[in-house]
Design a protein around this ligand. Structure first.
Ligand SMILES: Cc1cc2nc3c(=O)[nH]c(=O)nc-3n(C[C@H](O)[C@H](O)[C@H](O)COP(=O)(O)O)c2cc1C
Ligand code: SF4
Length: 463
């Protein structure tokens, strides 16, 4: 048994249990409202959240404009509408219990404008904002302006120190907590820095202690630390609870709430998660944001991995090392090392006849259909990210000025599709590295799908 006590989060005493924000449409008003109803914290995602027509019916995101900048503007307006709609749903379901947070991906283009648009119109419905992916310097100021608590998501004390020094020290009143998201274990995007080895996970304990020491040093000792990533049951985290070295702690669950009655995740995706084995979640760098991320190895991810494995370094001019010509799509010649000749030929023989250049002096091998789809996806770009490696869209200047990267994919397209019942083979399935535990956890035996209430009751007793 564990001894869990309520703590103050976003100005109210609640259970220190949080559903993490998950885009697109993986945590929404229905799931977050259900968590809040149980006097916990629910977080809905502000990344392309669902919005409804005047009769309350779901409206699909449809982009009508020819120009990408204008489509981006449509996306922003949809996100503001959706954020307000999801806040209303969450509030209604919560019955005024618990706390409702909104999650924003900082790397989203115009994330500040979307947040402001939602917070302005959803006053009193949203109590906190969590924000990760990048260093959200402006988050403190923005949340404080609306009297809403803010929660930066960091993966080290160092990141917090940088944020604090540059921005948050001026906005202490509304710093509600600090989310430490384990960059090796959490689902979705992962904040691994260049200094960290993706193959060498580190335990969170000493990292949490460092964060606590820093918070104490700036007189924020009462501010909770929220541990996210790899938390399945609290029995395994007993040492972290009521531990003076860590101080006030809350636990954030990302993957586990995905199999609950209130979760918007479709049945086919649930079925995949129920069967996943240990090691089937891959930490990789294919996201067009440039961040690491963790997803289930399905057909979609396996093909990206295969493409990356087939990558060959090239030069434009021959030299002693790169002496072997490689004719690309009948109009261009690159030069490769002689030892890569066989690797290139094998891929061409296997049908990957369309050779695509990357921004890193290399090429990858794709099928004609894959290239056609890639080009179509780029043409359909709605400018969701502030900088996109896949399409080279840049919110600030129109283009990143680099070559589009064929090793990545359109994250908006795939996350929107899977978030609305799309194919579990041909889309990206974000998941935390503990997802394999669904298969053996007795709560899910015989295909049982618990309610959020049931799940929270189990979590509270450490199961
Ligand atoms: C499908 C999925 C989507 C996610 N999307 C987001 C997101 O949009 N923004 C974010 O800050 N975190 C996102 N996360 C991370 C979760 O909020 C949470 O912190 C993380 O999953 C915790 O690790 P766990 O999965 O091991 O519980 C996502 C996680 C998953 C599994
Ligand atoms: S191509 Fe890039 S910026 Fe455009 S919608 Fe897709 S992921 Fe977003």
């Amino acid at each position: 048994m564990i001894k869990l006590d309520p703590i103050v989060i976003s100005g109210k005493e609640v259970w220190p249990l949080i559903e993490g924000g998950k885009g697109i449409n993986v945590s929404n008003g229905f799931s977050s409202g259900a968590w809040a109803k149980e006097n916990c914290v629910g977080t809905f995602s502000a990344v392309s959240p669902d919005f409804y027509d005047e009769n309350g019916n779901f409206e699909q995101e449809v982009f009508t404009k020819k120009d990408r900048k204008e489509r981006h503007e449509e996306l922003v307006q949809y996100a503001i509408r959706g954020g307000i709609d999801q806040a209303k749903v969450a509030h209604e379901i919560s019955g005024g219990n618990g706390r409702i947070h909104i999650n924003m991906l900082w790397e989203l283009a115009d994330s500040e404008r979307i947040l402001e648009g939602v917070l302005e119109k959803a006053k009193g419905l949203i109590h906190g904002v969590t924000c990760g992916a990048g260093l959200p310097y402006r988050l403190g100021e923005l949340a404080s302006k609306f009297g809403v608590y803010y929660y930066p998501i960091v993966s080290s004390a160092r990141a917090l120190q940088i944020l604090w020094k540059r921005a948050y020290s001026k906005f202490t009143e509304y710093l509600g907590g600090v989310v430490y998201e384990d960059p090796w274990l959490a689902g979705g995007h992962n904040g691994l820095s260049n200094a960290e080895n993706p193959a060498k996970p580190e335990k969170p304990y000493s990292r949490l202690v460092e964060i606590r020491k820093f918070l104490n040093s700036v007189n924020m000792s009462d501010t909770p630390i929220i541990l996210a990533g790899g938390v399945w049951n609290l029995d395994e985290w007993k040492d972290y609870i009521n531990n003076p070295e860590i101080g006030k702690i809350a636990f954030q669950f990302g993957t586990r709430p995905m199999i609950t009655k209130e979760s918007p995740v479709c049945e086919a995706w649930r079925a995949v998660m129920m069967k996943v084995k240990q090691g089937d979640v891959i930490l990789q760098k294919f996201s067009p944001t440039g961040f690491f991320s963790s997803a289930i190895k399905n057909k979609f991810l396996a093909r990206l991995m295969e493409r990356k494995e087939g990558e060959i370094e090239v030069t434009r001019e021959p030299n002693n090392e790169f002496s072997e010509p490689l004719v690309v799509n009948q109009y261009k010649t690159f030069y490769i090392r002689p030892q890569d000749k066989e690797k290139a030929q094998q891929q061409i023989d296997a049908g990957f006849t369309d050779i695509q250049e990357t921004p890193d002096s290399s090429v990858v091998f794709m099928t004609k259909e894959e290239v056609k789809e890639m080009k179509q996806d780029r043409a359909n770009c709605v400018g969701c990210l502030s900088q996109c490696q896949f399409s080279t869209w840049s919110r600030a200047s129109g283009t990143t000025g680099k070559l589009p990267d064929p090793r990545t994919y359109c994250i908006h397209k795939t996350l929107y599709d899977i978030g609305h019942g799309g194919s579990v083979d041909n889309n990206l399935l974000f998941a935390g590295h503990q997802v394999y535990r669904f298969a053996s956890d007795p709560l899910y035996r015989n295909g049982h799908v618990p309610t959020v209430k049931e799940l929270i009751e189990k979590i509270k007793i450490g199961e």
